[in-house]
Design a protein around this ligand. Structure first.
Ligand code: PBG
Length: 333
């Protein structure tokens, strides 16, 4: 950086700008508002109210009626959108994840209930098979357990159509199959869903930070092996740009980087390179770390929550998908 003016002491005392709240507020380069937040929410197909997720202290699985009520609260709090993730009865899981295509399944039911309760809140649906497969992978597998690309895409197209049909505003493929964005876009156009948005999990890494989520949606016990043959290697950055470039070319309206905090460098590179709405996913393991340390009294949980959310804005994110959305929006109100 070339700084063309005098920065020498004592003419410049940078602490002058930090001496009181009013001047810190006036000179803040980035801000966090409720409209930056996408509320990550897990819904289940039973009737029980709020089922706590052990690995995510403070986080509950909601039944459909609770999810609809939460959508109303999102609207009141100024949270623009909710991303829903399903926890389904293990008895309906199979090798092909066929429950993902049930038009009367949990996801379509939740979408309708939430849109009825809060039509002004955007509903974002994950497109991937892992909540529905007995093996816990995001796609169809062959006899060796390898996740098949094109065969999986064919199912994801149908899943996205079911979601769009039920009223989802945004479909968000999180599966990392090659070519699925273009295939889903084409199918949506053909079916007349020309305004259904696609938020692509474009740069998604094979991460240990998803651990608690697998408990949340009930795929933890199921997962055979890992997802390293389809999700990205944490060692790579240039590859993330190639992933994003392809998804934009194929018709993604918005892109995501996931996980969030350990990948702020990717958020920065993607947002600067492509100038497309770019979201960061503060995933379950990031949430769990903050909550666990806070519960032990080791950190001030709310302060760290707000600091991490702001860090995504600083890195260039247009918004953040987070399990903290409601708490953070309440604090910002
Ligand atoms: C899978 C999916 C995952 C998450 C969202 N969609 C997990 C995975 O890829 O294994 C993770 C969310 C989180 O950890 O909060 N389609």
């Amino acid at each position: 950086m070339n700084i063309p003016f005098n920065q020498s002491f004592p003419a410049t005392r940078l602490r002058r700008l930090r001496q009181a709240g009013w001047i810190r507020a006036l000179t803040a380069e980035n801000t966090l508002t409720p409209s930056d937040l996408i509320w990550s929410m897990v819904v289940h197909d039973g009737n029980e109210p709020k089922i706590p997720v052990e690995a995510m202290p403070g986080m509950n699985r909601l039944n459909v009626a609770e999810a609809a009520a939460a959508a109303k609260r999102a609207s009141q709090l100024g949270i623009p959108a909710i991303a829903i993730f399903p926890h389904i009865n293990p008895a309906v899981k199979d090798e092909e994840g066929s429950e993902s295509l049930n038009p009367d399944g949990l996801v379509p039911t939740a979408i309708k209930a939430m849109k009825d309760a809060a039509p002004d809140v955007g509903i974002i649906c994950d497109v991937a098979l892992d909540p529905f497969t007995s093996h816990g992978h995001d796609g169809l597998i062959d006899e060796t357990g390898y996740v098949l690309n094109d065969e999986t895409s064919a199912v994801l197209i149908e899943q996205a159509l079911v979601q769009a049909e039920a009223g989802a505003d945004v479909v968000a493929p999180s599966d990392m199959m090659d070519g699925r964005i273009g295939a889903i876009r084409a199918a949506l156009e053909d079916a007349g869903h020309i305004n259904t948005l696609i938020l692509s999990y474009a740069a998604k890494y094979a991460s240990g930070f998803y651990g608690p989520y697998r408990e949340a949606i009930g795929s933890a016990t199921a997962l055979i092996g890992d997802k390293k043959t389809y999700q990205q290697n944490p060692a790579n950055t240039d590859e993330a740009l190639r992933e994003v470039a392809m998804d934009i070319e194929e018709g993604a309206d918005m892109v995501m980087v996931k996980p969030g905090l350990p990948y702020l460098d990717i958020v920065r590179r993607v947002s600067e390179t492509f100038k497309i709405p770019t979201y960061a996913f503060q995933v379950s393991g990031e949430y769990a770390m903050i909550q666990a340390a806070a519960q032990n009294g080791w950190i001030d949980g709310e302060r760290v929550m707000m600091e991490t959310l702001l860090s995504f804005k600083r890195a260039g994110a247009s918004g953040i998908i987070t399990y903290f959305a409601e708490t953070a929006a309440q604090k910002l109100a």
